[in-house]
Design a binder for this molecule. Sequence first.
Ligand code: SF4
Length: 428
Amino acid sequence: MPDPLRRGPDGVQAKITPSLACNNDCRFCYNRLDKREARALSEARVLELVDEAAASGAEALNFIGGEVTILPYFERALARASGRFQAVSINTNGRRFADEHFARRCAALGLTAVDVSLHGSTGAVHDLVSRTPGAWAETTAGLRNLAAIASEDPRLAVSVTTLVLDWNLGDLAATGALVASLGVRAWRLKYAFGVADPTRPEVPAEYLVPFERALPALRRAVEANARALNIQVHDVPTCVLGDLYEFSTVHERHRVARYDEGGLDAVAPVLGRWGETSARCAPCAARDRCGRALPGYVYHLGDGALLPLDEAAFDALRVRAREARGALESRCGAHAAPHEPHALQTLFDALDAHARAGDWTAVREEALRAEALCPGHPEAVRMRRRAEVKLLEAIAERLERHGDRARARRTLALVRLHYGDLVRGSGS
Ligand code: SF4
């Protein structure tokens, strides 16, 4: 299954950090101290770096901060990147997207993926974490706008990242439910990052939760939302995840090329980017398929929770994990029937009629309605994605007819990237 959370194709994703300035003040932010020291790049330098990244052949570009949407030249940076990468993504607190016009302008400028940080199901939790009163209201309004745009234009992918913190453990399941209700379908649960630097004792770590305490909350959040959301758990070791392993992000394959003011700094794989954070991992059979404990976690909380696996134990874990994920996801079809059988059947009848007539816009709309009734319904998801392939192929055909071959090729590359299973499987 293609992974809607993946921020780039299986190649190199160029990553540019124009500035660490931010309009939130998150308690866990590992950039907190660097913010005071780091100098923001000039607009001219950021645009040059976009050119360098494009010239290097990177398939994807990511802008990360700080908060990139508050940069006065943000839209000009998007325009510079437009059409030169298969995917252009940002990580953001999402507040500026509360302005619908801004959100639509960014999508029109070629932004293809937006990952929004949301740390609670209510303002009480999220604003406590972000130390910014009113942030939750703006972030959720931004998500609503982005989800609405994505429902009209399949070229935009929207996901949410929630940090797993001591302050929001009891709220994780409810946060997932909120994400789904906002119309977003991809959710990343990311373990909090602690700073592993004895020279910086002032960096707080009180939000770091021992794995033993976090796991029950993670399990509740995944079990409650697996039907409605594509969930990925980030930076939690395989031996800790156990039968939640199938939700781990270790399957990411792309490599990241980081750019700083001087240009290309380093290219590194995403998986294993922290190297060996604990000597306990050395004999483990899962070490190449493991999100690992973050260096800051091991520094502050130790590595006692890590339990190296031998081949047999890892094989057994994988089998259990596949079954567990299958069981969670398969509940959805059975679950739909008792609730809204007639409404759902009516939608599928209409959807089939539209498909026979070749009206793929209408197919997509009916499929989205079916997904709203029964989140994650496999047939609704399959038909929506099939309609999206048809719509994108029609766009590519129009571009080709008008002589815009480059954009036609890029649109088809996008289809292969996000819908490779359908293109190969159905010959669409
Ligand atoms: S022991 Fe280390 S490599 Fe093995 S699963 Fe645990 S964290 Fe991963």
